[in-house]
Design a protein around this ligand. Structure first.
Ligand SMILES: *Cc1c(COP(=O)(O)O)cnc(C)c1O
Length: 555
């Protein structure tokens, strides 16, 4: 049991007595010379916040200023108490871990009795107290941003609205997720103030010690997490990461092969409107009409004929396992480089729920904000021989100063995976997806490729109910279920209307929902899509969905 005690000049004598009685660490102050109470409150609160101390005690003349300061720190619950009863109750109900005392009103004997009672009292695990403590923690969802409430009310209003939307809607957008509070804190930290063109140990600006430290952490953690030779953590997004690989490996006019956009590919894989389609010669490949999955024999034949310089695997709307080993064999036969864009499945790969492309591909790109549950951003993993070319392509090739605050948030995200904080998450995402998919399928909806192996599936709403994806998504949205319209392979509708809806389970799994909840949600989806004009169904689902959301709080 480690106890740390701090006081200002008003509490020096009481502090000395408590330190002796409790065998505690003395955090100062040392003399009765006038000093500032926050200096000592910060010391003690930080020790408790980090977990270096189990309990803190803070003393000033009233105890109040100390408590105000200490309560600004995460994991600290500081309570000003003047009676043994209050100290016991705040332990039991609020799980207080810092006791603040007013030296003016307490005798030394009574203060020691109060501190001993505080430390000896266990936190009450009764459901109603646990619920209230959880709400106390969750106040951080808004209080973290409350600096904006006065400084910029309009921006704060948007943050409030986003918070409410996340709390109240069932998010099935396959490319989205929720980050941890720790990740948000890193992204909003002072690390954003630093210019750091270059790489750790080799920057164009002075004063890069702290950001070097954080970028090295991100690089090492990414390499460990994915078993990669080299990692570049600077790309500002998935598209930026892809652009850098093209710049590292290709010249203008080179030929690449990639999955067609309307069959599940991504804009940055060579769409005409995208930079990639403007400077590369892009030959798309698709899925089989019959199975709606990649036909590897057909892909091999096409690659041998086209002889691309680079073959891109990976997609935004492909519900099946991709056989990276087979694609490596195809690339070797065709004599081309292999790139895998695992933007969507990065978290499944990290968590062992999808085979890793890293042993096979020359280059692997990923976004950190989809199944990986990290901040918006991109990374590149590559074989050692391409490390220099990739780093040169990102900087000075394409980007200027990296966003070190976002790199810090990426480092936090990677650690959450490495330290087991996401143990079983990837598997649960896939299990949830299967359960949700099967529920919708059992109600008579046609699922593209007949099912799913990963975190997403596509419902062919046109073939199933004669409606378009756009109308289906709008009807679901009105019932509190958020998903997006999506084209399906060989779609007879254009991308604006589309025949499909894409549904993903990464976000709902992060909220802690399981297969039981997926069956409920799948039933609601079918209820809504069976009759997209029914106002009563919409109202019922909206109410039931809101009730479900309340039970599964967003981190
Ligand atoms: C989402 C996605 C990207 C793009 O990521 P941004 O961060 O939005 O640039 C790239 N590739 C694929 C396959 C994606 O699904």
């Amino acid at each position: 049991m480690k106890i740390i005690i701090g006081s200002d000049h008003g509490g020096v004598d009481l502090k000395a007595a408590l330190v002796a009685a409790l065998g505690a660490v003395d955090a100062g102050c040392a003399t009765k010379a006038s000093c500032d109470y926050p200096d000592y409150a910060v010391k003690v609160a930080l020790a408790v916040s980090k977990g270096e101390a189990d309990f803190g005690i803070l003393i000033c003349r009233s105890g109040i200023g100390m408590s105000m300061c200490a309560n600004r720190f995460a994991n600290v619950r500081a309570a000003v108490c003047a009676t043994v009863e209050a100290a016991v109750t705040t332990r039991q109900h609020n799980g207080a871990n810092v006791l603040c005392m007013g030296a003016d009103a307490l005798s030394i004997g009574y203060a020691v009795e109060m501190a001993k009672a505080f430390i000896a009292t266990p936190v009450d695990m009764d459901a109603r107290h646990a619920r209230r403590r959880a709400k106390l923690e969750r106040a951080g969802r808004l209080s973290d941003a409350s600096v904006l409430a006065q400084a910029d009310a309009e921006v704060f209003a948007a943050v409030e609205a986003q918070t409410r939307q996340e709390d109240g809607a069932i998010n099935l957008i396959a490319s989205e997720n929720y980050v941890s509070r720790a990740c948000r804190a890193a992204a909003g930290s002072v690390l954003m103030n630093k210019y750091a063109e270059g790489y750790p140990g080799n920057r164009w600006y002075s004063g890069c010690g702290p950001v070097d430290q954080v970028e090295r952490l991100a690089i090492e953690r990414a390499k460990t997490l994915f078993g990669a030779d080299h990692a570049n953590v600077q790309p500002n997004g998935g598209s930026a990461a892809n652009m850098a690989v093209y710049a590292a490996a290709l010249k203008a006019g080179d030929t690449i092969m990639s999955m067609a956009l309307d069959q599940g590919g991504h804009l940055s894989h060579g769409a005409k409107v995208n930079f990639s389609g403007k400077f590369l010669n892009v030959v798309p490949y698709g899925v089989s009409r019959e199975t709606e999955t990649i036909d590897y024999d057909a892909l091999e034949a096409q690659a041998l004929e086209v002889k691309p310089k680079l073959l891109v695997a990976g997609a935004s709307a492909y519900p099946r396992i991709i056989d990276f080993k087979r694609i490596r064999e195809i690339c070797d036969k065709a004599g081309c480089l292999m790139m895998v864009d695992m933007a969507h499945i990065g978290g499944l790969v990290a968590g062992g729920a999808h085979p890793s492309p890293v042993p096979y591909a020359d280059f692997v790109t990923a976004t950190t904000h989809k199944t990986l549950c990290g901040p918006r951003g991109g990374i590149i993993l590559c074989k050692a021989e391409y490390a220099k070319a990739v780093d040169m392509a990102v900087f000075p090739g394409l980007q200027g100063g990296p966003l070190e605050n976002m790199i810090a948030a990426k480092a936090v995200c990677f650690r959450e995976w490495l330290q087991g904080g996401r143990q079983g998450y990837a598997r649960r995402v896939v299990d949830n997806c299967r359960a949700l998919c099967k529920t919708v399928q059992d109600r008579g909806y046609r699922i593209v490729s007949g099912g799913t192996d990963n975190h997403l599936f596509l419902v062919d709403v046109k073939a199933s109910r004669g409606i378009c994806g756009k109308d289906a998504a709008a009807a679901l949205d009105a019932a509190g279920i958020v998903a997006n319209k999506n084209t399906i392979p060989y779609d007879t509708e254009g991308p604006f209307k589309a025949s499909g809806v894409r549904i993903g389970t990464a976000s709902v799994t992060t909220r802690g929902m399981g297969t039981g909840e997926m069956i409920k949600i799948g039933t609601w989806i079918a209820d809504i899509l069976d009759d997209i004009a029914s106002e009563p169904t919409r109202a019922r689902v909206r109410a039931e969905a809101a009730e479900l959301c309340a039970r599964f709080p967003v981190p």
